[in-house]
Design a protein around this ligand. Sequence first.
Ligand code: TGC
Ligand code: FAD
Length: 383
Amino acid sequence: MNLELSEEQTAVRRLAKDFVDREIAPNVVAWDRAEEVDRGIVKKLGEVGFLGLTIDEEYGGSGGDHFSYTLVTEELGRGDSSVRGIVSVSLGLVTKPIQQWANEEQKRHWIPRLTAGEALGCFGLTEPGHGSNPADLQTRAVRDGDDYVINGTKIFITNGTWADVVLLFARTNDTPGHKGISAFLVPTDTPGLTRNTIHGKLGLRGQTTAELVLEDVRVPASALMGPEGKGFSIAMSALAKGRMSVAAGCVGIAQAALDAAVGYAGEREQFGKSIASYQLVQELISDIAVDVDAARLLTWRVADLVDRGEDFATAASKAKLFASEAAVRAANNALQVFGGYGYIDEYPVGKLLRDARVMTLYEGTSQIQKLIIGRALTGVSAF
Ligand code: TGC
Ligand code: FAD
């Protein structure tokens, strides 16, 4: 693995840093307090090309490799995890699967709008009773002539309130387990689809998270994406790359925690000396720094495997597991460096900790990542 960034990678990282410092950093506290990022950020993300990374230029994407994608995702995570998640979901869990699995007509219909930020995507897998084990999901799509009629409920759907299209997973036949599940591209303005915003999240307050209720939602058969019965594989392949992007976002959180802790420790004095001069404060900072480096290297390794066309799913679970736990530790250590000020939202570290916490839960909890890694090593499924 070559750890030196190419000229293109260095340039895209610089572009992302500048974008974050200009468009995101000045607004972070206000967006968090308002419980909504400015929706105009979606169009700006499209214009700068971040919603089209790794997507073919013929469909309006900005191309590039997965390594560049993780560099941008890290920067967005450094700036605001709410914005990072908007991109990870719309690009990573919707546009990329469309590019990989959809037919030509679906690609031409959805991808240019999604990459431009004119439309936003959401990923509807989790249900109220089926989170870690989505293979048991109960949403049903029943064939009726040239249509499917869909009934069911999805929960915790990122971008749910804002999205124009949901990549929806529903059961199309009675085969138990994952083989009866199919994927659909459902416009969110389809009659019968209701979206209820979920309020009161611990973190990621700038993002809209929604419950989607589908009551006799009628879509044409052309809304089916990929072969009938292949939906679960589509979801799993999307999530494998999605875990890489969550890991990269976590590196960004940990880096932001490090920058904040070092900066504050250098300014704050107690007992007549800079707190940076105390060994116990340096311990907090060095623990964060080691977590940043380790999480970044694991994440880069996944991107490198993806770009070389090698198996990466287990490496993605390792990176997501480590980086998410590291981001929580790093943000918590940084908060300790800030003392009481860390508990107030004028300072950045409290939000980093609130945002980091969900990273160990979504796209598969830490326990689920451990079981994925354990299954790969032992050949025994312990779910
Ligand atoms: P398993 O036996 O592992 O696989 C079932 C079928 O899927 C195929 N498959 C893949 N296909 C392509 N690419 C991949 N990477 C694939 N991985 C698996 C597999 O070959 C098989 O197909 P077939 O035809 O051979 O039978 O299925 P399992 O039921 O044992 O899976 C267990 C487990 C725990 C791994 C899975 O259920 C799981 O991942 N659970 C966690 C659920 C989860 O992660 N949910 C995330 C929801 S989305 C979200 O949280 C977004 S957060 C917002 C943000 O990111 O910002
Ligand atoms: P459960 O599956 O009920 O798990 C509860 C506990 O049991 C956890 O500690 C878990 O690790 C443990 N557990 C479960 N099974 C096992 C086992 N076999 N062995 C050991 N321990 C186990 N989903 C989407 O589809 N799309 C989205 O866009 C999306 N965005 C989200 C955004 C937010 C803010 C949140 C909070 C969630 C989001 N999710 C989304 C859902 C998320 O993926 C699920 O919450 C997650 O997969 C866990 O499912 P659950 O909440 O039902 O927990």
